[in-house]
Write a protein that binds this ligand. Structure first.
Ligand code: AMP
Ligand code: MG
Length: 339
């Protein structure tokens, strides 16, 4: 398993020694002032780990994180008929739907990521994507794809910044924030922890994590899963005060006739994106890393790495369709071997 060292900001020798400590600590029992909890929420596993001397403050803070996750889920889930987003999907073709500032802002940011990724990240993927059911092994029919492919495209969404409304300008449009909302949720949760005076924490929702501070004197060690072996890590990264998101073709999928149908959809075709197996993005903000991990997954190694290397403060590890790992310019993998 390669251990990854970031080039520009770190002293490699120091990082190596703390890395060993961080990896070792993953298997040690949580110490008295560390507090942790996991729950199934937002269709995924949410976990919080934080450090605070006062166990009561720690517990209240953890409860606040889960409450925040539930609040965001109630607002943005497409699985809940009552969510604000479901209302938009139901009504926005007939009329402009005024939404909360929070939902408006996140849709606005999602559209900006479409521009950044040349359309690879696109929340209107759901126009076709809604007809996949990965648990039931269902995919859209050829007729559905043909009828709805033109409904994909951010040109079909009109955002009015004056009254903060959303309108669809074409039939069949449906939006889904599954590629960005978990990042938003962990970012919001960490902001809330910070406001409560917490200085060391990690909040994870599925493949999206936001790290606050360090692990009390050393970096946190965050693993990247081997896409074809759930029990195994492909790599381990030392991180502090950063966000990390992984998008993989192994999270939600089924196989039919030897083809893997999974939850990351290529907006141009309405089919699952198959250029890579997983994309991990590291950056300052989990909204950004979440959207980019999904978008870069669609773009593949060549275009995806070119994009990552053009963006300040963003790094990536991509595992391609053959299982080969690729690293962005700011990550060095052979430093460990040389020590
Ligand atoms: P992630 O695990 O963050 O990569 O997000 C995957 C989720 O993003 C899927 O389950 C969908 O809800 C959504 N999604 C799938 N394809 C796209 C796409 N091309 N652009 C934006 N969101 C997508
Ligand atoms: Mg994502």
């Amino acid at each position: 398993m390669p251990l990854i060292v970031r080039l520009p900001r770190t002293n490699i020798t120091i990082v190596w020694s703390v890395l060993v400590a961080a990896v070792a600590c993953a298997s040690m029992p949580v110490q008295a002032d560390w507090h942790a909890e996991k729950k199934a929420l937002m269709g995924t596993e949410i976990s919080v780990q934080l450090w605070h001397e006062d166990a009561e403050v720690a517990q209240r803070s953890i409860s606040a994180v889960f409450a925040e996750m539930r609040r965001i889920d109630a607002l943005m889930s497409t699985y809940k008929d009552t969510s604000e987003l479901s209302q938009v999907n139901k009504l926005a073709l007939d009329r402009a739907v005024v939404v909360s500032d929070e939902l408006f802002e996140l849709i606005h940011r999602a559209l900006q990521f479409s521009a950044v990724t040349s359309g690879a990240f696109d929340i209107t993927y759901a126009s076709v994507g809604q007809h996949y059911d990965f648990r039931a092994g269902q995919k859209p029919t050829t007729a559905q794809k043909r009828a709805l492919l033109a409904s994909i495209g951010i040109a079909n969404i009109e955002l009015n910044t004056v009254d903060r409304s959303v309108r669809f300008t074409a039939a069949g449009v449906r939006i889904d924030l599954g590629g960005i909302a978990k990042g938003y949720a962990v970012e919001s949760a960490v902001a809330l922890l910070q406001a409560r005076g917490i200085e060391h924490a990690i909040v994870t929702a599925g493949g999206d994590s936001r790290i606050l501070g360090d692990h009390r004197g050393r970096p946190w060690g965050v693993g990247i899963r081997d896409p074809r072996n759930r029990q195994q890590l492909a790599a381990q990264l030392p991180l502090q005060d950063e966000a990390i998101s992984t998008s993989g073709d192994y999270e939600r999928y089924f196989e039919a006739d030897g083809i893997r149908y999974h939850h990351i959809i290529e907006p141009a075709t309405g089919d699952s994106a198959r250029k890579v197996r997983s994309v991990t993005i590291i950056g300052p903000d989990a909204v950004m890393t979440d959207a980019l991990s999904t978008g870069v997954f669609v773009l593949g190694v060549k275009k995806g790495m070119a994009l990552v290397n053009s963006l300040a403060q963003i790094e990536a590890v991509i595992i391609d369709a053959r299982g080969v790992m690729h690293f962005s310019g700011g990550l060095q993998t052979d430093a460990v071997a040389k020590l």
